[in-house]
Design a protein around this ligand. Structure first.
Ligand SMILES: Cc1cc2nc3c(=O)[nH]c(=O)nc-3n(C[C@H](O)[C@H](O)[C@H](O)COP(=O)(O)OP(=O)(O)OC[C@H]3O[C@@H](n4cnc5c(N)ncnc54)[C@H](O)[C@@H]3O)c2cc1C
Length: 345
C-alpha cells in the first residue's frame, strides 16, 4: 500500500520474484514537483537490483566534496568525495525526486499501480492477500492498524524549505547557524538544489510568502546563499514541517504485514537517507520472502536484516538534526566541529 518510492520499489522487487502485486496509491498521479535526493551507494546497489540504476545514473549528478561552514562563513569541516568514493566503491549521486519516481514507476508493469485509491481499512486488504506491505509513509494507516500506538509521529522541531535555483553556483555543502541551516547541492547542469531549515514551535503559522521569509532569514548568510535566493523567480518552493517516528518500532513485521520506508522509520532529512533506506528495505523484503513459500519466516528474516540498521540511521539523523539546529550551544558546537571534522578537500 502506497505508491511512493518505497511502494514502487517493493512492487518492482516483488514482481521480479514472481509475486502478483497490486499497489494502492491515494494520489491521482505522482507529484511533478520535487528537489534533489542524495542516493548513497547502498541505495544505488538496490536500484541496480531493480534494473534501473543505469538509467538514473545517466541523468544524476555526482555529489562532489561537501564543505560545512558556519553562518559567519568560517569553514568547520568537510568531506572528500574522492576518498568516500574509493571507500564505498561508488560516488553518491543526486537525482530529482520526480525522476526517481518516474523511473521506479516504469519498472513496475502497467496496471499494477492503482492511482486515486485511498485505503481507509487495510485489514480488508489483508483478507485478500498473502502479504500486505505498508509503504504508506509516516502518516499511513497500516502502522496504526497493526503495530499499536507506542510508536508515534512526533514533531522533529523545525520547518524545511526546498527549491531549485536556475543558476549554478560553487561551494556545495551546508551552512549551520543558530536554530537553522542552509544546504546546497547539484541537481542538473545550470541549476542548484537548495534546502533550508529553521527550528521553531509546531504551531507557528506558516509565513504568508515563503520566498520572502527565506530571503529575509538567510539574506545576510555567506555567499552564495543570497545570490541563490535572489535567482529564485517564480520557481516552486516546497515547505514541510519535519516529523519523525519515535520511539523506534519494536518490529517492522506483524503477522503477514510488513512496513517499509517512512512508514517504518521516518527520520529527519539531515542525513539525506530516508529514500535510500526505503530502497534497501524493498530489495531486502523481496529477497527475504523469495517466492513466497514461507512468508512468516521470510518476514522474520526481513525484520532481522533491516530493523536495526535502518533505526541506527534514523537515530543518527535525529541526533544530527539537533546538533545542526542548535541554539545556545551553536558556538561550542562550531568549535567542536572544527576540532573533530576532517578538512574539506
Ligand atoms: C526536506 C526533505 C529532504 C529529503 N532529502 C532526502 C535525500 O536527500 N535523500 C533521501 O534518501 N531521502 C531524503 N528525504 C526523505 C525521503 O523523501 C523519504 O524518506 C521518502 O520519500 C519516503 O518514501 P516512502 O515511499 O516511504 O513514503 P512517501 O514518500 O510518504 O510515500 C507514501 C505514499 O503512500 C501514499 N499513501 C499514504 N496513505 C495512503 C492511503 N491511506 N491509501 C493509499 N495511499 C496512501 C501517499 O500518497 C504516498 O504516495 C527527504 C525528506 C525531506 C522532507
Amino acid at each position: 500500500m502506497g505508491g511512493g518510492i518505497a511502494g514502487l520499489a517493493c512492487a518492482a522487487a516483488l514482481g521480479h520474484r514472481g509475486w502478483d502485486v497490486s499497489v494502492w496509491e491515494r494520489d491521482h498521479a505522482h507529484r511533478p514537483e520535487g528537489t534533489a535526493l542524495g542516493m548513497w551507494p547502498a541505495a544505488q546497489r538496490a536500484l541496480e537490483r531493480l534494473g534501473v540504476v543505469d538509467e538514473l545514473r545517466r541523468v544524476a549528478v555526482r555529489q562532489g566534496s561537501f564543505v560545512l561552514r558556519s553562518s559567519t562563513g568560517r569553514v568547520l569541516g568537510g568531506t572528500d568525495a574522492e576518498r568516500m568514493e574509493r571507500r564505498a566503491g561508488l560516488p553518491t549521486v543526486l537525482v530529482a525526486r520526480p525522476t526517481l519516481l518516474a523511473t521506479l514507476n516504469a519498472a513496475v508493469p502497467e496496471g499494477i499501480v492503482r492511482f486515486g485509491a485511498e485505503i481507509d481499512d487495510p485489514s480488508a486488504l489483508l483478507a485478500d492477500c498473502d502479504l500486505l506491505v505498508g509503504a504508506d509513509g509516516i502518516r499511513g494507516v497500516v502502522r496504526p492498524a497493526f503495530f499499536g500506538d507506542r510508536t508515534e509521529v512526533r514533531y522533529a522541531g523545525g520547518v524545511a524549505w526546498r527549491g531549485v535555483a536556475p543558476i549554478e553556483v560553487e561551494g556545495h555543502g551546508e551552512i549551520w547557524g543558530r536554530r537553522s541551516l542552509f544546504g546546497l547541492t547539484g541537481i542538473s547542469p545550470g541549476r542548484t538544489n537548495w534546502y533550508a531549515t529553521i527550528r521553531g514551535p509546531e504551531d507557528a503559522p506558516p509565513p504568508p510568502d515563503d520566498l520572502a521569509h527565506v530571503r529575509q532569514f538567510f539574506g545576510d548568510w555567506p555567499d552564495p546563499v543570497p545570490q541563490l535566493l535572489a535567482a529564485m523567480d517564480g520557481e516552486t518552493i516546497l515547505r514541510n514541517r519535519l516529523y519523525e517516528l519515535r520511539p523506534p518500532l519494536r518490529s517492522f513485521v506483524a503477522g503477514r504485514v510488513a512496513l517499509v520506508g517512512d512508514a517504518a522509520h521516518a527520520m529527519p532529512p539531515n542525513l539525506g537517507q530516508g529514500a535510500c533506506q526505503a530502497l534497501v528495505d524493498a530489495v531486502t523484503l523481496a529477497d527475504s520472502v523469495g517466492d513466497g513459500s514461507d512468508v512468516p519466516a521470510g518476514l522474520r528474516a526481513y525484520d532481522r536484516a533491516r530493523r536495526r540498521p535502518a533505526q541506527r540511521v534514523a537515530a543518527g539523523a535525529h541526533l544530527l538534526s539537533r546538533v545542526a539546529q542548535a541554539d545556545r550551544l551553536a558556538t561550542p558546537r562550531n568549535a567542536l566541529a572544527r576540532l573533530l571534522l576532517p578538512r574539506p578537500r
